[in-house]
Design a protein around this ligand. Structure first.
Ligand code: PGA
Ligand code: ZN
Length: 430
């Protein structure tokens, strides 16, 4: 980045600490000290994690935080990274990432932990942005996206939770609304507002029908419904009640998280009595897409290593000329190798982007850019366990990607991302 005679950053200090995430589990926060000041970042944590993700390092000492402590990460920072980094000068944040990757030296960040590396990497990017006198989104945009023009972000808001994020009987993990306003130019404020209004109408309807309006991990409701159709019908009614057009103003998106109910090559979407083969599950999706034309995106419809099932569904959707984001999350884990495989095999057409799946900011963006180059859709995403760090609001803005999956507009760990978008976009209609 050597702009204007800039010689680089000397990182004076790295301090790690344990903080609590939105689920009350410990997670890692890092303070990175430079001559210009301190820069802070914290990392999120998944519950329905893909097995190919970078390692999330935890203490595994059952007497402390049920084994979920991250003191081991703090020790790695204190004993290994901090003393070594003080001797170095970095000319870009990518250089810091490369150094971190070398220090770890493993394929999946199993030595120092993806969480350790990511916290340092995020803070380093904040330091370089500050040194360039730029807000983080602008620094990321200029550094990694060739000043690609920005698009007003559209949220994917998870308003009904099931699967591993709730204790109700629904296997599908997430039912999302997407206020994209296909035929109108809308500000990010208008899009988020639409999501909020629908969310409150949904609450009223669920309550009137005698359902609980307690919320799951991502702020969406977790009513005790019996079938996924019921969840979608409630949501469609809420969209109408809020005064929006189903489909053209607001679409539906699902995260099936199918790996969670896949055992012995069978899918237990509807419980133990009804095992489905991959083929039967694909047929089920094709019918679901016919019944609900407003579904614009399905994430992880098949298990993380069921490449054949993915290819089959992709082909079925394509042959019907159906517009759909087929999104790989556990399948791709923000990993360039898995993404390349998926591109070669025509397994899907969209990638979910989660920084902690790969473990550094620059690698995350490399995967994202690879997807964009292949003309894929990309969705920048939170994790079910979040912190108050609104980093992904900057990443989505920087990338020029439209889609941000950040949960229901409920609880500050989710709303801090939307609030940061309000700050970034101010009163402008970008
Ligand atoms: P996770 O869920 O953060 O618990 O992995 C989110 C998702 O599957 O998209
Ligand atoms: Zn997912």
């Amino acid at each position: 980045m050597n702009q204007g005679g800039f010689m680089g950053i000397h990182i004076l200090h790295l301090v790690g600490r344990e903080i609590l995430d939105s689920r009350g589990n410990p997670t890692l926060e890092v303070d990175l000290g430079t001559a210009k000041g301190w820069f802070r970042a914290s990392v999120p944590s998944g519950a329905s994690t893909g097995s190919h993700e970078a390692l999330e390092l935890r203490d595994r000492e059952s007497s402390r935080y049920l084994g979920k402590g991250v003191q081991i990460c703090i020790r790695h920072i204190q004993n290994r990274l901090d003393p070594a980094i003080q001797k170095l000068t970095f000319s870009s944040a990518r250089e810091v990432d490369q150094w971190l990757i070398e220090q770890d030296g493993s394929e999946n960040k199993t030595n120092l932990g993806g969480n350790t590396l990511l916290a340092v990497s995020m803070a380093a990017h904040r330091a370089f942005a500050s040194l360039a006198n730029q807000p983080l989104f602008e620094y990321l945009n200029k550094t990694y996206f060739g000043s690609r023009s920005m698009t007003t972000p559209t949220p994917f808001m998870n308003v009904i939770n099931g699967g591993k994020h709730a204790d109700n009987g629904i296997q599908i993990q997430e039912f999302m609304i997407v206020p994209h306003f296909r035929n109108q130019q809308k500000s990010v404020h208008d899009k988020v507002r639409a999501g909020v209004e629908i969310y409150h109408h949904l609450k009223k309807q669920l309550s009137q029908a005698g359902h609980s309006t307690n919320v799951g991990d991502e702020g969406g409701f977790a009513p005790g419904l019996h079938h996924e159709h019921e969840a979608m019908d409630f949501i469609l009614e809420a969209i109408r009640k809020a005064g929006y057009q189903v489909g053209s103003d607001v679409g539906l998106a699902l995260d099936i998280a199918a790996t969670e109910f896949y055992r012995n090559e069978k899918y237990f979407l509807h419980g133990p009595a009804e095992p489905l083969s991959a083929q039967a599950l694909c047929e089920y999706y094709v019918k679901l897409l016919d019944d609900y034309p407003e579904i614009m995106s399905i994430e992880d419809p098949l298990a993380e290593d069921d490449w054949e099932g993915w290819r089959e569904l992709s082909a079925a959707v394509k042959s019907r000329g159906r517009q759909l984001f087929l999104v790989g999350d556990d399948l791709l884990v923000t990993n360039p190798k898995r993404l390349n495989q998926a591109i070669e095999r025509s397994a899907c057409n969209a990638v979910l982007v989660k920084m902690n799946q790969i473990g550094t900011v620059s690698e995350t963006i490399d995967t994202l850019n690879l997807a964009l180059k292949a003309d894929w859709q990309a969705i920048i995403s939170h994790r079910s366990g979040e912190t108050e760090d609104p980093y992904i609001a900057h990443l989505v803005t920087a990338s020029g990607v439209e889609w941000l999956k950040a949960g229901a507009p409920c609880r500050s760990d989710r709303n801090c991302k939307y609030n940061e978008l309000f700050r970034i976009y101010g009163n402008k209609n970008i």
